[in-house]
Ligand binder design. Structure first.
Ligand code: SF4
Length: 248
């Protein structure tokens, strides 16, 4: 029994379309939504497991306060009041930069600039720590160096580019980019676009590619150095940029 309803997974920024089977106001099954223009029938294991997150017995549905060695339920009004009083007294004594936000999920990982940052900036702090800080540490660090702010990062313009390289990534299956399935199909089917996969495995994405390069295991860094060297040797880099590029 139960009724299938369309919705969206909110466990990461990709926001795949999913269908959930609901019975007595409980999710009893989840499947990818094939009609979703966003994900076109893709949904990762996290999305498929949504019912376990939604109904997990440890899920917090209301504020709790530690009293002695256990937690007791309190009202939202009491929680807001006590947090505000405590926060104000800490700011008064130690300044706003004594605050940092440590979080997971959407508020501080996938969309920090929409939620966590305004909250922190309102307080007068800037420190955010989250799982993605580790997951994408090198990437964020590089973007911080390029853009001057580690909370701003670059996304590839995969809709308008002509060549896409998946390096060690089976994106068709594991996503790793918004609209992964649509993008892979587009590149695979278009005569004007080229899809290159660099992966020792013959993955699902590699099977769709125009060119599949299978480097020997452990030779990735040598391979990228060879590519850079070839680009510089042939003068394929953007010559219009200032002299910095020539000093690589
Ligand atoms: S990739 Fe997975 S976690 Fe992210 S929105 Fe899609 S189903 Fe949810």
């Amino acid at each position: 029994m139960g009724e299938w309803k369309k919705t969206q997974c909110n466990l990461c920024a990709v926001a795949c379309g999913i269908e959930v089977k609901v019975e007595n106001n409980k999710i009893i099954d989840v499947r990818p939504d094939k009609t979703s223009p966003q994900s076109r029938g893709y949904c990762c294991r996290k999305g498929r497991s949504a019912k376990y997150f939604v109904d997990h017995e440890d899920r917090l549905l209301y504020p709790k306060k530690r009293v002695g060695d256990h937690y007791e339920r309190i009202s939202w009004e009491q929680a807001y009041k006590e947090i505000a009083e405590k926060a104000n007294s800490i700011i008064k004594k130690h300044g706003p930069r004594s605050f940092a936000l440590i979080g997971g999920g959407n508020p501080s990982v996938q969309t920090p600039s929409a939620t966590a940052l305004p909250l922190l900036k309102g307080i007068g702090s800037q420190y955010v720590f989250n799982a993605i800080g580790t997951e994408f540490m090198g990437y964020w660090w590089s973007c911080g160096r390029i853009l001057g702010d580690q909370m701003h990062y670059l996304e590839p313009d995969d809709r308008n580019i002509e060549v896409i390289i998946y390096w060690g990534s089976n994106s068709y299956v594991s996503h790793q980019m918004p609209f992964a399935r649509e993008t892979c199909r587009q590149f695979s089917e278009s005569a004007d676009k080229m899809m290159i996969v660099i992966d020792p495995r013959l993955s699902e994405t590699a099977r769709m590619s125009d060119m599949h390069i299978m480097p020997a295991l452990g030779s990735d860094s040598l391979f990228i150095r060879a590519l850079i060297s070839l680009i510089l040797e042939k003068g394929w880099q953007n010559q219009k940029r200032d002299g910095k590029i020539k000093n690589l």
